[in-house]
Write a protein that binds this ligand. Structure first.
Ligand code: NFA
Length: 100
């Protein structure tokens, strides 16, 4: 994605905008609600109220948006979630979709 930026008369440059990716959390029957709230607060920097809202949305609808980031950061969040989940014996999974 390129954004056109206008400078003083007759000058124009273009700046590369990073491609953004949506990170979703996926519901399962085994991960505890408290753990999902913890993941949303620590890895996605949500407040307790917002983390609880997102967790319940995922629980009820099957998947829910945790955040939108440049590709490398999105991939790092997924790796952090899945490794923390595994370390705690939970099957919690994420998915990533390009935000077009
Ligand atoms: N469905 C899980 C339960 O009832 C909670 C959960 C919510 C898991 C969101 C994964 C994501 N314990």
């Amino acid at each position: 994605m390129k954004e056109r930026v206008f400078l003083e008369e007759e000058q124009e440059i273009s700046i590369d905008q990073p491609e953004l990716y949506r990170v979703y959390l996926l519901n399962d029957d085994y991960t505890t609600m408290d753990f999902v709230v913890h993941v949303l607060m620590t890895i996605f920097e949500k407040s307790k109220v917002e983390a609880t809202r997102i967790m319940l949305y995922v629980h009820r609808h099957g998947k829910g948006l945790a955040g939108i980031y440049p590709k490398e950061i999105a991939e790092t969040k997924v790796a952090q979630v899945e490794s923390l989940a595994r370390a705690n014996g939970f099957p919690l999974k994420c998915s990533i979709e390009r935000d077009d």
